[in-house]
Ligand binder design. Sequence first.
Ligand SMILES: Nc1ncnc2c1ncn2[C@@H]1O[C@H](COP(=O)(O)OP(=O)(O)OP(=O)(O)O)[C@@H](O)[C@H]1O
Length: 279
Amino acid sequence: MSRFILETADLSMEFRPPRKLLQPARPPVRAVEGVDLRVGQGEVLGIVGESGSGKSTLAKTILGLYRPSRGAILLDGKESRWNSRRQARRERRAIQYVHQDPGAALDPWWSIGRTLHEALIIHGEKDAAQRNRLIDTMLEAVGLSPEFRKRYPHELSGGQQRRIGIARTLILKPRIVILDEPTSGLDMSVQKTVLTLVHGIRREFDLTYLFVSHDLSVVRHLCDRTAIMKEGRIVEIGDTASIFADPRHDYTRTLIAAAPSLHSERLAARPSEKTEEHP
Ligand SMILES: Nc1ncnc2c1ncn2[C@@H]1O[C@H](COP(=O)(O)OP(=O)(O)OP(=O)(O)O)[C@@H](O)[C@H]1O
């Protein structure tokens, strides 16, 4: 078995703009270019870069939403090919994605209980009693009482919506969780609570994280290693502490210099379970 839970080799993904009648063909957008990653079991890898650098496309290609235009994705050392979205979804069940804005991803007409039940049904859990047990366990894991089953998305705060997004992901028993800007749009204290939760459940559920963010202060305190992305390529990757202490690439230096939050020390300490606030 491979030492790495996830690897990518020369992974590339380009978007081809649709051809318009009587207009010259436009060049493809090379969103991800030749990305080589090796992620160990239990590791938290941060993927950082400015808007448009390709972070989300890389994450979604790994998830299986896009067919790579080149390169390979390996899970536990075994290549995961892309024949169709459906096949990729089946094969890559071990990878789950926490949406940037879980509120928008929740059906406004469905109670939280129904949303969680449906997720389990889609993933093949036929036993209703077992579904109920799992839902209670997951709500508890994200710090919400069973009473939240009856609530609707518009009855939740932003922080509670993130918790439900995380619960819906955990219920599918992933091994790798892709967190795409998990704290964007939240105020500072809620950000901290969500990060504390994310940090705590990693150990509890033995998860590996790909943490996509443009917030360097969050990445600095949460990620074991950090990859810096620019124009679809990884320009620098290494231990987070070394990257911040001794950035090698000019672009990394520019990103660090341009991050005001790094100087304000607003998330100075690694989140710990002790600081968990319950909603
Ligand atoms: N579905 C799509 N069709 C065409 N081009 C796309 C599509 N999705 C992304 N792109 C392009 O691919 C490039 C990378 O975009 P991507 O969303 O991956 O960047 P990002 O680093 O995640 O940005 P952000 O931080 O703003 O989310 C951009 O040039 C973007 O315009």
